[in-house]
Design a protein. Sequence first.
Length: 162
Amino acid sequence: MIDKYYSGETSLEEEKQLRNLLSAEETKGEEHYSKLMLNVFCEEKAEIAPISLKTFSPCTPKPHKRAFLPKKWLYITSGIAACLVLAWGIIFYQHEPKDTAYLIVNGVRIDDEKRAVEEVNKQFAAISCQINKGLDALRKVEENERNVEEKIKFITNNIINN
């Protein structure tokens, strides 16, 4: 009967009989161990849980009050702000005529055509001056090359004639 109890095959009546037998008799060996275990089980069964199991029951749903979340406010305000920025850009953005030419010099916009032409001519003159300086140096190198070639010819002619 004890083996049947440990395997969970006893009925409530059989468990009562087993408790009565083990509590009435003086036990030895395995029966004494079984008596002690049965007493421990009975003590644990008699304990009352400090918290009611009903609080953990999934069958009793609490009424859920839906709050207006701050995330919704964030989405709504960012959407409104995006619309306002888009409307502001459409209303106040002025398209520049595509056929007007202008010049920017040192971060200053020049719309006057005569002044722009003068500034461009100044820039071309400065560039031309730099190019001429480079070409003067190149001309000097070419002239020195010709002088060296003439001297080499003169020396080779003198060596051949002598």
